[in-house]
Design a protein around this ligand. Structure first.
Ligand code: MN
Length: 291
């Protein structure tokens, strides 16, 4: 199942490039009472709403996916977790290019099994999230602002201390994540958290549609020029272990997003550019950059 949020907070099912409006399903959600449980209500109840969504689809007149404005499929993530330096060739390019490491964010992880073993994971602000149709606004003009295309994992239920052996059971689905980044000396949580610096889209693909998240081709082009192209089998720390590491520190809530890390080929974008991102089994999306 492919679930999108579009236009004025409509909920859609996506099939064969068409969007079926199933927004009425939101009426089934339980009323909220303060204090609210963190996380996204729709994702929290997704399993029990799937049947109703299929019914509503049958009564909906489809519109082409290209004709709608795509918002983030997760409206209210409690947090965005991200993995640093999680592809070997990106570690190498980060070491070789001062424009990336800035003399501050050196990628060496001597004595540790992996960059994640040394650095752990980091957080991006939930307020940075946008959908493909909203685009990215350059927050730091005159500096190097980069694209990072990544497989994004969306957590389906509240969990803590999840072992890697049953980590897939807490996943609601997947999407393409763009971990937009300004290069410089500041902490990752600042450089990667400006408004619009986390793109999630084009929609959420439910877990059952992806046989193995650690074996997906993915890529990004900018204005049609190839930039990054890799396969998630080259993740240094794979999806299950990332969930283990993240949930060791944090309680994960429905709608929490894990950006799994970016491969080699990160590079700058400017206002007027259009990024085209693709992940096998998920889909593709155009994302515009503006001033
Ligand atoms: Mn990243």
């Amino acid at each position: 199942m492919k679930i999108c949020r579009f236009n004025d907070n409509r909920i859609g099912l996506v099939e064969d490039g068409q969007v079926y409006d199933v927004s009425e399903v939101a009426g089934q959600l339980p009323a909220l009472k303060w204090p609210f449980e963190p996380g996204d209500q729709l994702i929290a109840h997704l399993e029990s709403l799937k049947g109703r969504m299929h019914e509503l689809k049958g009564r909906s007149a489809p519109v082409p996916l290209e004709s709608v404005k795509l918002l983030s499929p997760v409206a209210n993530p409690s947090k965005i977790v991200a993995a640093p330096l999680n592809y070997q060739l990106h570690v190498a390019e980060s070491k070789a290019d001062k424009g990336i490491h800035n003399g501050v964010h050196l990628p060496d992880y001597d004595g540790f099994a992996s960059p994640v073993a040394k650095f752990g994971v980091f957080l991006k602000s939930p307020s940075s999230i946008v959908g493909a149709g909203e685009g990215v606004r350059i927050a730091y003009p005159g500096r190097r602002n980069d694209h990072e295309v990544e497989l994004a994992v969306i957590i389906g239920r509240k969990c803590k201390d999840v072992g890697r052996d049953n980590a897939f059971s807490v996943i609601a689905g997947y999407a393409i994540g763009l971990d937009m980044t300004v290069r410089g000396p500041e902490d990752r949580s600042y450089r990667k958290s400006a408004d619009t610096y986390s793109v999630l889209g084009p929609y959420l693909v439910t877990r059952d549609e992806i046989a193995d998240p650690d074996a997906l081709d993915f890529s990004i082009t900018v204005n049609g020029q190839p930039r990054q192209k890799a396969n998630t089998r080259d993740l240094i720390t794979g999806v299950a272990e990332l969930i283990e590491v993240a949930s060791r520190a944090y309680t994960l809530y429905p709608g929490d997003i894990i950006m799994t890390g970016t491969p080699e080929g990160v590079n700058s974008i400017e206002p007027g550019d259009v990024m085209h991102a693709f992940i096998e089994g998920i889909g593709e999306m155009d994302v515009a950059i503006r001033a």
